[in-house]
Write a protein that binds this ligand. Structure first.
Ligand SMILES: C[S@@+](CC[C@H](N)C(=O)[O-])C[C@H]1O[C@@H](n2cnc3c(N)ncnc32)[C@H](O)[C@@H]1O
Ligand SMILES: [Zn+2]
Ligand SMILES: [Zn+2]
Ligand SMILES: [Zn+2]
Ligand SMILES: [Zn+2]
Ligand SMILES: [Zn+2]
Ligand SMILES: [Zn+2]
Length: 459
């Protein structure tokens, strides 16, 4: 999402049928407040890109577009809609590469293209690499990952995490998965051939490696299929599978309310197709632990597993790093049914009936294994709850805080409303926000999902 300012931006509406579209499908209506919060104005911005550099679409909701701008918008939109998917042509190239015995296949990393024989001449000064026939079955190893945190944030699961996820699916008798932004899971499923899978991802490069019955270019924030009905029909086919699960691993900065909307849309469709099922469609949503509240607000009945998800190509979220990855799995499957690997130090808590990290000790007062971050927590009788092990109770702040804190700061920051600064209420009850919500399908959500943490984690 484009953020014209750091403060005071809310999602107002996600009415996909009525909003103007950018090249990533329908935009989101946001509300931006001035610095002193005295006035606000609404604008439409891209749902997929959190930086104007990646998608320049921006439109004030009350702006009357000039004729030239309208004409330009129309031109862009027409060009976008006529840009038909090249998936079928790409598949012919893939076929040629797979069949080739007498020449070395090439992939141009600069253009993100698999090159048919003879095509290399057009890529002379580009970064071209050789790919073997077996490489072609591992697209995530061929493509250059786009690690732009404001858009794709392509971080691939480590081998260990992949094995855990695959073992979990097997244990739960899941035989089909809808992979949303999880190309490595899809790759393993396709290669192993035991679990059937379908990939939805915004990265068009996968069109070269998978036919339309295996992949569609898709925007997970607004449910936009770049190939129209074709993609939607193929997803519907997989939603017919009874023992299906969805696994989604969005960029951290992605708004939970939009992601929740997408998941609930698929869950609802699955429920309609399996009217006799009492269960919900199993969901595995990979997201940081510090966004737990946001996930739970937007997807009811999920729990956070203690399992630490790590990545092969992320500089800090690798399993060999000292600092643990903050990424966890949120699921609506009963946590008791998901055994976490003992050999990685997880153990079963008989009181909580779930698997936890060995540092997450059961608190007999709260009657839970309280740790969220995987480090030891302890009970504070003054706060009447468990807190991070590094915190000490401060009688002045009346809270458990870091020993080296500035007394009073926390109380100040906890007191008021982030929106208007008033001490008397919290952001969710801010009259300014409520006053703004007077037109149909409104949603009042903060854009800043614990910005401090999200910024620190950069994904
Ligand atoms: C954090 S990575 C997750 C990859 C996953 N860990 C794996 O190993 O398969 C985010 C994924 O979501 C995709 N993505 C980013 N923005 C998207 C969007 N708006 N809609 C759909 N996919 C998106 C990226 O291309 C990338 O594959
Ligand atoms: Zn866009
Ligand atoms: Zn090239
Ligand atoms: Zn416990
Ligand atoms: Zn406790
Ligand atoms: Zn305390
Ligand atoms: Zn204090």
């Amino acid at each position: 999402m484009n953020q014209p300012s750091n403060s005071g931006v809310l999602v107002v509406s996600v009415d996909w049928d009525c909003h103007p579209s950018c090249q990533h499908g329908p935009t989101v209506l946001f509300q931006r407040y001035t610095k002193d919060n005295s006035t606000s104005r609404q604008f439409y911005a891209c749902s997929a890109c959190r930086d104007r550099k990646d998608c320049s679409f921006f439109q004030w909701a009350d702006d009357k577009l000039s004729c030239e701008r309208l004409a330009m918008r129309k031109q862009v939109s027409e060009a976008f809609h006529s840009e038909k998917s090249m998936q079928e042509e790409q598949q012919l190239i893939l076929r040629k590469c797979l069949d080739s015995k007498d020449y070395q296949n090439k992939y141009c990393t600069t253009c993100g293209l698999l090159l048919p024989p003879g095509e290399c001449l057009n890529h002379v000064n580009h970064n071209v690499k050789n790919v073997s026939v077996s490489d072609l079955t591992q697209p995530t190893a061929i493509i250059r990952a786009h690690t732009n945190n404001k858009m794709e944030a392509q971080y691939f699961f480590s081998r260990q995490t992949l094995s855990f996820l695959m073992a979990t699916f097997k244990e739960l008798s899941i035989d089909s998965v809808l992979c949303i932004g999880t190309p490595t899971i899809h790759e393993v499923c396709v290669n192993q051939g035991v679990i059937s899978s379908y990939l939805l991802d915004i990265d068009q490069r996968y069109e070269q490696f998978y036919p339309v019955n295996k992949f569609s270019r898709f925007n997970m924030f607004n449910r936009h299929f770049f190939n129209g009905e074709k993609g939607a029909d193929n997803v519907d086919l997989i939603l017919h599978k009874q023992n299906l699960a969805i696994i989604i691993d969005p960029p951290f900065g992605g708004l939970a309310e939009l992601l929740g909307g997408t998941l609930q849309h698929f869950m609802k469709r699955w429920k309609t197709l399996h009217a006799r099922e009492k269960r919900e469609l199993p969901i595995f949503w990979v997201f940081p632990y510090f966004l737990e509240e946001k996930v739970k607000e937007n997807l009811p009945n999920v729990v956070m597993l203690d399992y630490v998800v790590d990545y092969a190509n992320h500089s800090s979220f690798k399993s060999d790093k000292k600092r643990k990855s903050p990424v966890r799995i949120f699921t609506n499957v009963c946590a008791e049914r998901i055994a976490l690997p003992k050999e990685q130090g997880y153990c079963y808590c008989n009181e909580c009936h779930r698997w936890v990290t060995s540092e997450n000790k059961h608190c007999s007062v709260c009657n839970v294994c309280p740790s969220k971050d995987g480090n030891p927590w302890k009970h504070c009788f003054k706060c009447s709850k468990c807190v991070k092990g590094s915190r000490e109770h401060c009688d002045t702040c009346q809270h458990c805080v870091l020993p080296k804190h500035i007394c009073g700061e926390l109380a100040k920051s906890k007191a008021g409303c982030h929106m208007c600064g008033d001490i008397g209420h919290k952001k969710r009850d801010c009259p300014k926000v409520t006053a703004a919500s007077h037109r149909g399908k409104w949603k009042k959500r903060s854009l800043g999902q614990k910005k401090g943490n999200a910024k620190k984690m950069k994904r």
